[in-house]
Design a protein around this ligand. Structure first.
Ligand code: CO
Length: 134
């Protein structure tokens, strides 16, 4: 069901420092920051030859990644995103398997303008999983 690894998301406490790290130290192609008010984050995508890195920085007071950064003050891997062809079919299959879909179960539009869902980390070996329809 799942396809390519679309991105690995890393929550960062200092966005400018993380951009500099990836652009200047690691020599990666870093795209401009995008504010995603619906998701409470500012995101920066980094293009790698085989996948992307998504830097996440809190946007607003009740950002969903604020708690994560409180627990992981130097930042850390927040989620991984797999591509699926049909997100509603994937959701229904996962729900039948007993996996918990976060939120109200309806896809939201993600940072790439495509529908996304998040799956409960306790059902996926401690990893928050994002599914993106491509
Ligand atoms: Co993501």
């Amino acid at each position: 069901m799942i396809g390519r690894l679309n991105h690995v998301a890393i929550a960062v406490p200092d966005l400018d420092a993380a951009i500099s790290l990836y652009r200047d130290t690691l020599g990666a192609k870093v795209n401009p920051p995008q504010d995603e008010p619906d998701h409470g984050v500012t995101v920066v995508f980094i293009d790698l030859p085989n996948t992307k890195i998504e830097l996440l920085f809190p946007l607003g007071e009740d950002s969903p990644i604020k708690g994560f950064l409180d627990k992981n003050p130097s930042g850390g891997i927040h989620h991984i995103c797999y591509e699926v062809e049909d997100i509603l079919a994937a959701r229904d299959h996962l729900a039948e398997s007993g996996a918990r879909v976060l939120g109200n179960g309806e896809p939201k539009i993600g940072a790439h303008g495509k529908p996304v869902l998040f799956l409960h980390p306790k059902d996926f070996t401690g990893t928050l999983v994002e599914l993106e329809q491509v």
